[in-house]
Each structure stands twice: as C-alpha cells, then as structure tokens.
Design a protein around this ligand. Structure first.
Ligand SMILES: Cc1cc2nc3c(=O)[nH]c(=O)nc-3n(C[C@H](O)[C@H](O)[C@H](O)COP(=O)(O)OP(=O)(O)OC[C@H]3O[C@@H](n4cnc5c(N)ncnc54)[C@H](O)[C@@H]3O)c2cc1C
Length: 496
C-alpha cells in the first residue's frame, strides 16, 4: 500500500525550471514538494553545453533564486570571459567571429545545479530525491502524482502539479488532457517527437591551453546540426554535438570522436571524470517554439517540457529559469485563490507571451529554425559563408541591434563582398551548390525574416484570457500556412 503525502504544489523535476518553479512557489507562500529521480548528490548533473547568458541579469532570472551568488561562486564559474562566438567552416576556410554585447559564461553545470537545489531547499521547499514519478492522478483536474521514492510507492496529492521533467517529460503522456474539465476543451498543446533534437557532450581535458579560450566555437555537422567547443578553462573544454530529430539519426559519440581525432589540440587529451565515471552525457533538447498553451486544469509545464528553451542560441538555461519562475508564481497564486482552473492558470501563458515576452521572441524566431531545417546542409554552409557576421547575429540572438537602415545597408554590402570572395575562390563549386540553389535559399531567408516580424506582431496579440485563445490559434495557424507557402516548404518539413 502506497504511503500518502499532501502538499499544495508538486514540482516534478530538479533541473533549472523545477528549481525556479519550486523556489518561487515557496517564496510566494505555498507548501511545495519537489520530486527528482536522481540521488541528491547527483542532482544537477544534467547534459549541457554549459554556456549560459547573462547569469547576473535579474530580468533574465526573475524570482527568489540569488543568481548573483551562484554565478560568483568559483566552483560554478568556469570561464567568465567568453566574449565572442566563432563559426568555423574549416573546409571552406571560413571563420566568422561574432562578438557578444556582454560577456557570456561557461559554467560547471553540476556545481550550478547543486547550488540551485540548495537555495531551493533553503527557501522552504521539501525535496525528495531518488523519486521517480510514474503516474498522474486526475479527477477533472490534475491533483497528484504516483511515485517510487527510495524504492517505496508514494502517493503525492496536491492542488497543482508543475511538470518540469525536461524535454523528454513523460508526465505529459500520463495526463489524459481530454478528460480534464475546461469549457470548450483543454487548450494544452502536446508536442511531437519531430520538435526535438538529440545532443551529447563530453568534458575534455587537454595538455596545452586551447587558443580559443575566450570564444565559444560552432562548426557545421551533416544532417542539420553542429559540433561545439565551449572552453570551461584554457585546458578543459565542453565538446559536443547535436542534430534535429526530423533527420536521420547520427551516432553522436562516434561522430564526436571522429571530429576530435582530427584536431591537434585534442591529441593525448582525456575525458574528465565525475562520480568515478567518464564525464559524458546526452539528452533530448526541445527545438520548437514554446507550447501554444502550457496549462491545463491543475497542471502547468515549464522549461524543456514546455519548449520555452532555445539551446541553440544559449537560451536553454535562461528559458527554463524564466518559465519556471512564471509557473511557480502562477501556481502559488492559484492555490491561494482556491482556483486551479485553466482560466486561472492562464497567467503562466500571458507572462511568457505578453508580460515578459521571452516566449513570444522564441516563438517568432523559431521560423528561422523551420526554414533552415528544409535547406540542405551544403546550401546552409554556403549561406553562412556569404552572410555577414551581423546578419548571423540577428538570427542567433534576440538582441536585434541591426534594424536601422544603415545596418541593413551594411549587411547588404557585406553579403555582396562575401559572395564575390567565395565565387572567386570556388567555394560553391566545392560544395556542389548551384547559383540558383543559393539564390533560392537566400530569398527564402529574406522571406523568413519578414515572417519573423509578422509572428512577433501576432504574439503581441496573444489572448490575455483563455476566452480569445481558439480564435487567436486559428489566426496563428493561418500564418503558419502562409509562411510555409511563401517559402515553398515541402509537406514533410511543415513542423506544426
Ligand atoms: C548536450 C546538451 C547541451 C546543451 N547545451 C546548452 C547550453 O550550452 N546552454 C544552454 O542554455 N542550454 C543548453 N542545453 C539545454 C539545457 O540543458 C536545457 O534547456 C535545460 O536543461 C532545460 O531545463 P529543464 O529544467 O527544463 O530540464 P532538465 O534540466 O532536463 O531537468 C529535468 C529534471 O527532471 C528530472 N526528471 C525527469 N523525469 C522525471 C520523473 N519521471 N520523475 C522525477 N524526476 C524526473 C530529471 O532527472 C532532471 O533532473 C543543452 C542540452 C543538451 C542535452
């Protein structure tokens, strides 16, 4: 017979979104339990490239977690001097350098995760480790979970469940959304497997300092992905790679080994150890826009499981934190009001899409991801070679400093110059990319840019209450179709 425990808010997952959600809900006065399947000493040991943007900026990390204290901790802060992204296409002799406005950071994700968990418990959250959630309890509203806690079955009941179980969350599969009580049907959007990527990384220790210790480096990978080298220190580098799941799978560890074998700085290098094992980890990543609606009666989701992250542009951690905060705050408010209906929990959607706006930015820029996934990697490489640094920056960043006319003209001039250089050096012949393929891709990219603006405008009108949602969704779906048609996107690449 399962033991029973009762709380107001149940948070599934001890990652970033889970800690931000649990800490915020507790700080707002709710009685919170956080359930994590790993043992306490391994909490926070999660596959990551370890690159984190603006950890000290409170608007990026809202809520009671003291990020300044965590980011200043020497064990966490591996490399705080990253000031540029480098894009290498060595075969084409291309090396693009894109400076950051502010310094970026590479951290030790495990130490970071441990500090987050510590602060969360200090804020009054009960944490149960070694606890695997394996079912959901629902009765018109989600009001609990079943779990195995340190080998024993436990029933956790609560007013609200926050699902922060990561990109591969199974909690969403356990909830029967259709049978929850919501007038006109539940709004929650269930993701599809093609909305994800698979990524893998190792921590490599080199004998000599690497020359790119102030840069994070990316390189093209067949099948729409990239290889990265993110230095944690001059002689310790987080190296990894990933691909999108709508493409053929790549044996990630072997492919990474192949890449490293060809590089002199990794000759004789060793894989670091953690918990007496080689420090190698892989996981799924969400490569989609945030879910159209992240709530259902008694249920909210945040982080990877809500698609509110964008790992490709270094916003995997930040996106999880912002949405975790939002879910925790909304859940605590709803519990205090005694109302956990979908309408009451809607605040979580509106925070991300309207009040903070991070969700809207991610959703609009996902158009680049959709467009890119339909373009052959050789053509993409040719495009990356042609586009000037500031245009690439516009695509990979949400800080757009390039919208004025002078910037646009300089982008055009830069593109023309690069195009000429690559024509003269035969880059496109080498990649077997024809003029018309390149032209079409660049034209598709130009059109995508226009649609990014249209998506942004549409998300600014995200419904402030559940009532307008289904009409808004119809309009958004029409915009998806218009976008797909404008860029001539084949049926199989239409993502949503
Ligand atoms: C290889 C790789 C490299 C990446 N690189 C970067 C990067 O450089 N920068 C960046 O910003 N982002 C990066 N990301 C993405 C980033 O790691 C994620 O966006 C982020 O971890 C999402 O946080 P989360 O809290 O939503 O989920 P997670 O961090 O995945 O946490 C989910 C937690 O839930 C627990 N859990 C799952 N199921 C259950 C269950 N049934 N019961 C109990 N507990 C459960 C898990 O054990 C885990 O602790 C990378 C991801 C990968 C895989």
């Amino acid at each position: 017979m399962a033991r029973s425990e009762a709380y107001e808010v149940i948070v599934v997952g001890g990652g970033i979104a889970g800690c931000f959600a649990a800490a915020t809900a507790a700080a707002e006065g709710a009685e919170v339990v956080q359930l994590e399947r790993k043992p306490a000493e391994q909490g926070g040991f999660i596959a990551c490239g370890d690159a984190i943007k603006s950890p000290r900026d409170p608007s990026r990390y809202p809520g009671p977690i003291d990020m300044d204290a965590i980011a200043s901790d020497e064990a966490v802060q591996a490399d705080g001097n990253i000031d540029q992204i480098e894009w290498w296409d060595e075969e084409l002799d291309v090396r693009k350098v894109i400076p950051y406005d502010k310094h970026s950071n590479v951290i030790d994700r495990y130490e970071f995760g441990q500090r987050l968990l510590d602060q969360t418990t200090e804020l009054g959250v009960t944490q149960h480790f070694d606890t695997v959630v394996n079912d959901v309890i629902q009765n018109g509203s989600v009001n609990g979970v079943e779990a195995i806690c340190e080998g024993d079955p436990v029933t956790y009941s609560g007013d609200v469940v926050i699902d922060t179980a990561g990109a591969q969350s199974v909690i969403q599969d356990m909830v029967d959304f259709e049978s929850l009580d919501a007038p006109g049907g539940v709004s929650f959007e269930k993701p599809h497997f093609t909305h994800f990527g698979s990524a893998y990384r190792e921590i490599i220790e080199t004998d000599e300092p690497v020359e790119y210790q102030n840069s994070i480096v990316g390189k093209p990978l067949e099948e729409m992905g990239y290889v990265w080298y993110f230095p944690r220190s001059p002689t310790s580098v987080n190296v990894g790679l990933g691909f999108q799941m709508n493409k053929d799978p790549i044996p990630l560890a072997d492919r990474l080994g192949e890449d490293l074998d060809g590089r002199p700085e990794y000759e004789g290098a060793k894989v670091a150890e953690r918990f007496d094992k080689k420090n190698k980890l892989g996981a799924a990543i969400a490569l989609r826009r945030p879910l159209d609606s992240m709530v259902a009666p008694g249920y909210l989701t945040a982080g990877g499981s809500a698609g509110t992250t964008h790992p490709i542009t270094g916003k995997g951690i930040r996106g999880a934190a912002i949405s975790g905060f939002s879910a925790g705050k909304t859940a605590a408010g709803a519990v205090a009001d005694g109302d956990v209906s979908e309408q009451r929990l809607w605040e979580h959607n509106t925070y991300l899409y309207l009040d903070h706006g991070e969700g809207a930015k991610l959703a609009a820029r996902d158009a680049y991801n959709v467009a890119a996934s339909s373009i052959d990697i050789s053509v993409l490489r040719a495009m990356a070679a042609v586009l000037p640094e500031n245009e690439i920056r516009e695509i990979v960043s949400t800080d757009t400093a390039f919208d004025d006319l002078t910037s646009k003209l300089s982008i055009l001039a830069g593109a023309g110059k690069n195009l000429l250089t690559h024509y003269l050096s035969g880059t496109f012949d080498h990649l077997d990319v024809s003029n018309s393929e390149l032209y079409e891709a660049l034209d598709g990219f130009r059109k995508t840019r226009v649609f990014v603006d249209r998506y942004e405008e549409l998300y600014e009108r995200y419904p402030a209450s559940r009532e307008g949602y289904f009409d808004w969704l119809e309009e958004r779906n029409r915009l998806d179709t218009a976008f797909y048609e404008a860029i001539d996107l084949a049926e199989e690449n239409r993502k949503y």
